[in-house]
Design a protein around this ligand. Sequence first.
Ligand code: LCS
Length: 398
Amino acid sequence: MKEGMTLKGIGSKVVHLGQASDPTNGALSTPIFLTSAYEFNSVEDGAKKCESYNYGYCYTRLGNPTLTVLEEKVAALEGAEAGLSFGSGVGAIAAYLISQLKAGDHAVVSDTTYSASHYLFETTLRKFGVECDFVDATDSEKVEKAIRPNTRMIYFETPANPTVKLVDIKEMVRIAKKYNLATAVDSTFGTPYLQRPIEMGVDVVIHSATKYLCGHGDAMGGIIVGSKKLMDELRDDTMKNMGGTLGPMEAFLIIRGIKTLEVRMKKHCENAMEVAKFLESHPKVERVFYPGLPSHPQHELAKTQMDDFGGMVTFEVKGGIEAGRKLMESVKMCVLAVNLGDVVTLLQHPASMTHWYVPKEERLKGGITDGLVRMSVGIESVEDIIYDLGQALEQIQV
Ligand code: LCS
């Protein structure tokens, strides 16, 4: 895009931001730079590039032109100064936490997060002397009460995996500012199409790019965006010394996916709303959680904090785990698999699949009951998704 035009709509931003045509050949599509190292012009040039990424590329573990396009694109979409990509979402979260917390520090963590994030705090970081408290972050009083003199960070997900519970981003920022704490939000379910936490004052936004950003279930990746200073620090502290670099081929696939983020998200949201309404009215369904339904406890917050309600629907069928199992094994077009944000509709059972290693007591406290079914509503024709769910629900004998 030439200079002198400010893009207004997210549909234009996802296509154009963070990328220019290749200056060597004019290729419109982002070239995939499959190189490990870069030739230096002189010893001095090499020394500078080895010292800092800001002087230019040196070695792909520290930076690569394809990765730069992805990092600048997501940073621009989120309204952040800079971004840093990783080989997976968990890689991004682990790198951020290890870099920013040290022995003796404490973090306040939302009680509903992706299982590996929970495990990182609960087990991995504890081994290194980092303490944490898991609290119901929908209640800001509980968050504030959990803060100690050694608290350094408030970490949360919104909407949270798998219960689609929402956390009030502005409230977390208000509390963090009062106690001078860092705020980090995993916005994987949200994507910059639905919410932009940096604009609300959050320090760091993390994504599993494997999900909606990639959008097609064919690449793993993670990305963090925030201040340029923090991204430089993370690149030096974690990329240089711990690795976890994203592959250029995966970066290309994620960049390509992001270009259709708006069209896909519109359809995910539209379909999810129809599916949520269908499930809520179905006699064999006990409860439905979807931020777009007035029955969702934070529907009002969703209306102010998000531009639409997302593609994730969670529900419980009558008859508990056995009924849920019957449903999940009876679908014909929808697929029983983990992952989310794919074009395909995916169903999974958090208690036995994504969240099996969260201790049961913690899992129940976070609302992840034994009978919960999580659905990542795809972009297929909604009548087929609803037909498939309907015929699977018919198989349940209550
Ligand atoms: N954050 C959230 C909210 C996630 O849902 C996931 C993965 C991650 C981070 C980790 O990202 P990854 O390393 O997989 O790129 N969630 C998964 C799920 O619900 N099913 O399979 C993976």
